[in-house]
Design a protein around this ligand. Structure first.
Ligand SMILES: NC(=O)c1ccc[n+]([C@@H]2O[C@H](COP(=O)([O-])OP(=O)(O)OC[C@H]3O[C@@H](n4cnc5c(N)ncnc54)[C@H](OP(=O)(O)O)[C@@H]3O)[C@@H](O)[C@H]2O)c1
Length: 224
């Protein structure tokens, strides 16, 4: 360990966050800081990009494919402070290609926001194998592939963040429902915990966070 102050606490009763005081820098001392935001086309990712731009950060945000997205609209008003990159996190070759394109760049923060919910809603046993695999690969496997591939772009005192969900809580699951999604975020939490355990000597901050349920698109279907 580098001796940096550490705080461990829980969000929504489950999501364990291992955080050092550098996270304060993330929100207060943000001049000319650089963030690589994976999954920024819309929703919470777009809102995060907007907030970081407002705070003076330089943002590289990713979308899937070539279609115009709300992130492109946001970028129109912000000149060189925002760049748009492309990656589908479920395609390892695209992650590798993104890493290649970003060679030589450094970021104070890598934040993996990309995620999906399962459709249609139902119990885990009712889900098709295809849908189960889609959600688990996107939400649980892919963020770790992204982190493993891109972590070396993060500065030695930087931060790696991942968007989890309160729905990933095992202890708080008293109703069932949203079961494939819940399982994917519970798996994500475990995989990030494993990553943290394997990188105990890494001075960088690792954040696994659960937002409050806040996207209108998901209202009534998959609250966080
Ligand atoms: N909304 C909530 O209340 C809530 C609560 C707890 C946790 N969360 C988590 O917060 C994150 C964002 O949620 P949201 O509500 O903003 O969802 P959203 O509006 O559906 O946005 C999801 C984002 O992830 C991207 N994405 C999905 N699959 C991807 C892939 N294979 N490769 C690259 N990008 C991909 C989407 O890109 P496209 O535009 O290309 O689809 C989009 O930018 C998710 O991880 C979600 O689980 C949300």
């Amino acid at each position: 360990m580098d001796g940096a102050p550490r705080v461990g606490f829980r969000v929504s009763g489950l999501t364990e966050i291992v955080i050092r005081t550098t996270i304060v820098v993330m929100t207060t001392n943000n001049s000319a800081r650089r963030v690589l935001l994976i999954g920024a086309s819309r929703g919470l990712g777009l809102a995060l990009a907007q907030e970081w731009l407002r705070g003076g950060w330089q943002v590289v945000g990713t979308v899937r494919g070539a279609a115009a997205t709300p992130l492109h609209e946001l970028a129109d008003g912000h000149g060189a402070d925002i760049e748009i990159e492309t990656v589908d996190v479920t395609v390892p070759e695209q992650i590798a290609a993104l890493r290649e394109r970003l060679a030589g760049r450094t970021f104070d923060l890598l934040f993996v926001n990309a995620g999906v919910t399962n459709e249609p809603e139902g119990t885990v046993a009712e889900a098709s194998t295809e849908e189960f695999v889609r959600v688990m690969v996107t939400n649980a496997l892919s963020p770790l592939r992204v982190i493993e591939a891109l972590a070396d772009l993060v500065t030695p005192t930087g931060t790696i963040g991942v968007m989890s969900s309160g729905q990933g809580s095992v202890a708080n699951n008293e109703t069932g429902g949203h079961e494939v999604y819940r399982g994917s975020k519970a798996a994500l939490n475990t995989f990030v915990r494993s990553y943290a355990a394997r990188h105990r000597e890494d001075a960088r901050t690792l954040v696994l966070m659960a937002p409050a349920g806040c996207a209108p698109r998901w209202a009534g279907r998959a609250p966080g």
